[in-house]
Design a protein around this ligand. Structure first.
Ligand SMILES: [Zn+2]
Length: 185
């Protein structure tokens, strides 16, 4: 397994539509393993393929030890709304409170191509919505009001120079634990 470089805000790959996965190859399995390792090293709870520069419609989640591999996921039910403070492994250090559905049901395939159905509320529900957004080129900042988004983008201008080439290298065991560990999606 290896830790992959994470693409950060400004890299066009984060705005691209992904392509549905059609075959479950050893290469896909390898990508899934590498994405789990990368997400864990970065103390994230979710990671989508575009965040590591890939175009597969694939995301992995690890919410309080509950792990999911979701290939070609689709939200099939939504209910209610909630406010949640979100961050993103591709927009380090910046957080924003946005409105999501309070409960979602997702249908997908797992890493072996078997159909799965995942229901999520609170952090799992937020994470499912955040990661599926990534698979369609959408970021949490798109859900902020215009003024809040402008403020966050201005803050990003001071963070961005820490990531030459818009690449974030995570080294296992060095990501510091902090109060935001549950919000890095
Ligand atoms: Zn994210």
């Amino acid at each position: 397994m290896s830790i992959l470089p994470i693409r950060v805000l400004g890299d066009p790959v984060l705005r691209e539509e992904t392509k549905p996965v059609e075959s479950f190859t050893p290469e896909l399995r390898q990508l899934i393993d590498d994405m789990f390792e990368t997400m864990n090293a970065a103390h994230g709870v979710g990671l989508a393929a575009p965040q590591v520069g890939r175009s597969e419609r694939l995301t992995v989640l690890d919410v309080h030890g509950e792990r999911h591999v979701l290939v070609n996921p689709e939200i099939v039910e939504r209910e209610g709304t909630l406010r949640w403070e979100e961050g993103c492994l591709s927009i380090p250090e910046l957080y924003g409170e946005i409105t999501r559905s309070a409960r979602v049901v997702v249908e997908a395939l797992d890493g072996a191509g078997k159909p799965v159905r995942v229901e999520g509320t609170e952090l799992l529900g937020v994470c499912l919505q955040h990661e599926i957004d990534h698979l369609h080129g959408k970021l949490f900042i798109d859900h902020l009001s215009f003024l809040k988004r402008q403020k966050l983008l201005a803050e990003w201008e001071t963070e961005k120079p820490h990531y030459p080439g818009l690449i974030r290298i995570v080294v296992a065991g060095t990501a510091e634990d902090d109060a935001h560990d549950d919000e890095k999606l």
